[in-house]
Design a binder for this molecule. Sequence first.
Ligand SMILES: Nc1ncnc2c1ncn2[C@@H]1O[C@H](COP(=O)(O)OP(=O)(O)OP(=O)(O)O)[C@@H](O)[C@H]1O
Ligand SMILES: [Mg+2]
Length: 450
Amino acid sequence: MTPSSPMFILVIDDEEYIRLLIKKELSNNYRNIMTASSAKEGLSLFNKRDFDVILLDIRLPDGDGIELLDHFRSSQPDCEVIIITGHGDIESAVTAMKKGAYDYITKPFSLERLELVVDKAFQRVCLQRENRLLRQSQTPHRQPVLIGKSESIKRIRYLIQKVAPTDAPVLITGESGTGKEVVARLIHSHSLRGDKHLVIKNCGTLQKELMRSELFGYVKGAFTGAVQSQEGLIMLAQGGTLFLDEIGELPIDCQSALLRLLENRTYRRVGEKEERFANVRFIFATNRDLSEEVRVGRFNEALYHRVNVFNICIPPLRERTEDIPLLVEYFLTQFSFSNSTYSLSANIMQYLLNYSWPGNIRELRNVIERAVILAEDGIITDQCLPSEIVERRSLSDSNLRSDSLLPLQTVEKQYILRVLESVSGNKSKAAEILRISRKTLYRKLKEYLL
Ligand SMILES: Nc1ncnc2c1ncn2[C@@H]1O[C@H](COP(=O)(O)OP(=O)(O)OP(=O)(O)O)[C@@H](O)[C@H]1O
Ligand SMILES: [Mg+2]
């Protein structure tokens, strides 16, 4: 094994022969070895520079190896210590292992084994450092981005900016995959609570019987199984925001408990008398029509009015196709491997614009992620797209299905595109077939940003 970075090893042993042997046999281009003959000397070297692996004799003339081990582990936890013991001293070796030594070797040792153990310890050191760096770079709430230039996205940006600094509850509606969570995150991060927690809970996963305890928390002994007190989501979100996703899924019996909380801003943990103040901003989302849910008796009307104070409605992607090119570009850079760039072969954008995107932006994102994987030489061809996007379906079977009825404008745009395609982009011919003037055709193309 040849590690990518050099390794620094400290050998602390009072036997000169051992120090020399290790230094001579283990040193190479990437292993740098320093030696110390006593605890004192070892400590002073350790304090001067960082080591990756320390080979430590347990019995030293001026000190106890175990104590040194404690010191090394607590002051530099990502450095691994390997214990060297005389045989017959297995007990201290075991103690050392319990205190966090990486491994131990007994004298006399085989150089091969020593080499193996040292390199393995170093691998672990590198892995730990990498993980730490990774954790540090993954800031828990990366600022979300809302891509789009359509009027509806511009309006949504405006509404977010207006409502974020207030403490008003917000109801975000829209089909699945339209970006409700993105909007919720943006509201939170632009609010005065932005540096506090955003707690997200999907109401569909709240269990009816446990809902109150999950939301409000409970005290020890409140019910069988409550062996110790636990805080609820409200407490976790204290000072911050609680995003209740899929609010339409909240079981009807739980709705009154939430209503009381929204009205009084106070709640009680299960099994506790004392009322607590909830300093929490609420955001709700649903892809159901809540007013319809109220009408059929599945949603508490009073709660509906409490929840629906400020509504942000995100239209489906098929109603804002002008956002597609920007989103495609955004996802292409997001999914590109290292420095590679990707481009779409002719007519791919057309396919993407024509498709009705029932799964909205999530579906588009997945399609692009897959296309990038399948692309050859950075070119995305129709081979890289799922068949339902590439398949030519007539308007009668794709667009007139009752579950995906399209606005006239979209159908007109799609039809114009289809005609243009059939005449290889010849606009005069297309205008002739469409029985409109060339001027009208140009105007329509401009209007549709084509
Ligand atoms: N305008 C946008 N710009 C960039 N990315 C977006 C946009 N809208 C949505 N996305 C991305 O699309 C995916 C789906 O978005 P999100 O999870 O917010 O949808 P949702 O409406 O909450 O869906 P569901 O109803 O299924 O929970 C996410 O990966 C999100 O980052
Ligand atoms: Mg969501």
